[in-house]
Design a binder for this molecule. Sequence first.
Ligand SMILES: [Fe+2]
Ligand SMILES: [Fe+2]
Length: 385
Amino acid sequence: MKKSNKIAILSEHQEEIVEIAEIIKSITSHSYQIYDFNRVDECIEFCKNRRVDLLLAHTSSLDIILQQRESLPDKNLEFILFSSSSKEVESGQNIFNIGALDLFRYPFNRDEIEFKLNRYINEYKNMVKDYNRTQKQLDRVTRISDRQQSELKDLNNELDRYKHHLEDKVEEGLLEIKALNREIEDTQKEVIFTMGAIGESRSKETGNHVKRVAEYSYLLAVKYGLSEKEAEMLKQASPMHDIGKVAIPDRILNKPARFTEDEFILMQRHTEFGFEMLKHSTRELLKTASIVAYEHHEKWNGRGYPRGLKGDEIHIYGRITAIADVFDALGSDRVYKKGWEDERIFTLFREERGEHFDPKLVDLFFENLEDILAIRDRFVDDGTE
Ligand SMILES: [Fe+2]
Ligand SMILES: [Fe+2]
């Protein structure tokens, strides 16, 4: 059964209500159910409690309708005004501005009322349909959006977890790389030191000799004004000063008697052998070691070997290692000699200032004698080697 459209008619004048109601009842294209009110408060009360499709109200009730409309469950109650005279409302424009759908002027025209009521009822119904459809779509979109929000949240959480995992991995990787680098550096130092020790052991030096030479060289390098990096480099490279001795035959190296001239010349070549062994490396440490091996027997006055370089021609690494090596060699016991007393060594150093040794380095040696002797005490030979 077709639902009838509920229309409320409000007017103080019953005859107006009757007239309009007669017209509406005669409309057959739609079914209308009419509720009539003479009092505004009764009409508003009714509209609050019942669904009313359309309100037809006399213009004299306009103010109170506008006031009360907000309190209605359906705030958009559609209404049409009617006036009992054609002059009562001056401008139709104002009627539309305050939300009325239309204005029926007196005398009422049946065709106009039928036409407009039908149109508004249809529009209103379509509007309700549209509204319901839109509301449903909105609900669906909201549901989808809720689901997407939750998925997005899950994704974000997942992403966060992944990010943390990645950060941990990177951290782990960095630690591993650091450990590896340290391992490589330590290995490198050890290899260099061992190589130096091999060279020294061939000539029956003690293991601590190279350690002491390294420490003396570092101290003198710092005092001379080399950078910390260069001083450290020299400290690590200086133990290799005699590496070239691996190429000297044992019978010469360990000869208990004096060398013949040929043997002495060959012996001196340990500097060149050492240089040849190391010079091809592009590593700074090994390059430093090659300089030390090559130049540690050069003398300030130009009478050293292998090239007879003089003064500043001798690399500072060579000059420093020379003084460190000689100081330690003279003071140590060897199979063929006892170590010299300190005073004898100091006397020699004073004599060799500007001869064998760089004068500035000799000065630095004496200025820092206490530290140098402390190094000697720290790496004292235990007599087992
Ligand atoms: Fe040497
Ligand atoms: Fe040495």
